[in-house]
Design a protein around this ligand. Structure first.
Ligand SMILES: NC(=O)c1ccc[n+]([C@@H]2O[C@H](COP(=O)([O-])OP(=O)(O)OC[C@H]3O[C@@H](n4cnc5c(N)ncnc54)[C@H](OP(=O)(O)O)[C@@H]3O)[C@@H](O)[C@H]2O)c1
Length: 278
C-alpha cells in the first residue's frame, strides 16, 4: 500500500481522476478532504499534520479557488508544513491567467520543495460537474462574454498530466500549461451540448451586470457571486488565456481531448438529461 502519496481534493473534479490514474498504476494514494480519514480541512489547520504524516509526494487542489481571499496564506502555511514534515515534491493545480493563483505558484516555487505547477484553463467538466450544469438542465443558458475564445480543457487530461508529473521528477521546476486543443466560445459549447444531448437549449447573450444580478436574485451566496464575477471579469478576458498551449501533448505524447469528444462521452452518461435530476 503506497499511502505516501496524498491527493488533496482527491474526490474533486481533477483529484478523483488523479487517484484513478494512480490506482491504475497499482498505487493507492491517500485522499485529503474533509470526509477522508484522516480528515483534511483547509479551514482547520489542526487537521493538516495528521493528513500529511509520512507523505512524500502530494497533489494539491485548493478549494474553492486560488483566487479567493485567504488562499495565499493557506498555500503558504501548507507548503512550509509540508517541507517541515519531509514532503519531497508538491504538484499544485493552478489557474491560467489568474494573478492570485500565480502568487500561490510563487510560494511553492520559492519554498525549496521539488515542485511542478499544473496551470489549467477552464475545465470542460464545469458543464457537467459544476456551476454550468444547472443552466444546461434548465434548458435556458444566459451568459455574458459569449464570443470570448476559451481553450476549455478536459479534467481527464489534467489528471493524467498531474499523475505523470507527480511521479516523474524530470518535470521538477516546470510550469505545465494545460489547455484544450481548440479555442471555443460559450455559444459554440451550448450548440455542441444541445446536439450531443439531443435537447433544445436556448442561449441568451447577456451583460456581466445582468449575470451578476441574476445570481443575486437566486440568492447565491456573496462569496460565490464574487468569485464568479472575478473569473468572468479577470480570467476570461485575459488575452493570455485565449491561447492554445501544447503541453498536454508534450507530457502525454498524444493530443488533448477536443470539447466535442467530451460532450459525446458526457451525453452518453445522461447527466444532461433533466429527467435524471434528483
Ligand atoms: N474549474 C475550473 O475551470 C478551473 C480552472 C483552472 C483552475 N482551477 C482550480 O482548480 C482548483 C479546484 O480543483 P478541482 O476542480 O479539481 O476540485 P473541486 O472539484 O473544486 O474540489 C472538490 C474537492 O475539494 C474538497 N474540499 C471541499 N472543501 C474542502 C475543505 N474546506 N477542506 C478540504 N477539502 C475540501 C472536496 O472534498 P470534501 O467535500 O470531502 O472536503 C473535494 O475532494 C481550484 O483551486 C481552482 O483554482 C479550476
Amino acid at each position: 500500500m503506497n499511502s505516501n502519496i496524498l491527493i488533496i481534493g482527491g474526490t474533486g473534479k481533477t483529484g478523483r481522476r488523479v487517484v484513478e490514474q494512480l490506482q491504475n498504476k497499482g498505487i493507492k494514494p491517500r485522499i485529503g478532504s474533509r470526509n477522508a480519514s484522516p480528515s483534511f480541512d483547509w479551514n482547520n489547520k489542526d487537521t493538516w499534520p495528521n493528513a500529511l504524516n509520512g507523505v512524500e509526494r502530494m497533489y494539491v487542489t485548493y478549494y474553492p479557488d486560488l483566487a479567493v481571499p485567504g488562499a495565499k496564506e493557506a498555500i503558504h502555511s501548507l507548503t512550509y508544513l509540508a517541507k517541515e514534515l519531509g514532503v519531497k515534491k508538491m504538484v499544485l493545480l493552478s489557474g491560467k491567467g489568474e494573478t492570485e493563483a500565480e502568487a500561490c505558484e510563487k510560494i511553492v516555487m520559492d519554498s525549496g520543495l521539488n515542485y511542478t505547477i499544473v496551470r489549467a484553463s477552464w475545465f470542460n467538466q464545469n458543464w457537467s460537474e459544476s456551476f454550468f450544469l444547472d443552466p444546461i438542465l434548465s434548458g435556458e443558458v444566459a451568459l455574458p462574454l459569449s464570443d470570448v475564445l476559451i481553450p476549455f480543457v478536459d479534467a481527464n487530461d489534467i489528471a493524467e498530466v498531474a499523475a505523470t508529473v507527480l511521479l516523474d521528477d524530470s518535470y521538477n521546476g516546470e510550469i505545465i500549461e494545460v489547455t484544450g486543443p481548440e479555442l471555443i466560445t460559450f455559444k459554440d459549447i451550448v450548440n455542441i451540448i444541445s446536439k450531443t444531448s439531443k435537447r433544445k437549449l436556448n442561449f441568451y447573450d447577456i451583460t456581466l451586470e445582468q449575470y451578476i444580478d441574476g445570481m443575486r436574485q437566486m440568492q447565491i451566496p456573496d462569496d460565490v457571486v464574487w468569485l464568479i464575477e472575478y473569473l468572468f471579469s479577470h480570467v476570461l478576458t485575459n488575452p493570455n488565456n485565449q491561447l492554445v498551449v501544447h503541453d498536454i501533448e508534450r507530457v502525454l505524447g498524444r493530443k488533448a481531448k477536443p470539447f466535442l469528444e467530451y460532450a459525446q462521452e458526457t451525453a452518453r452518461t445522461d447527466i444532461w438529461n433533466p429527467v435524471n435530476v434528483t
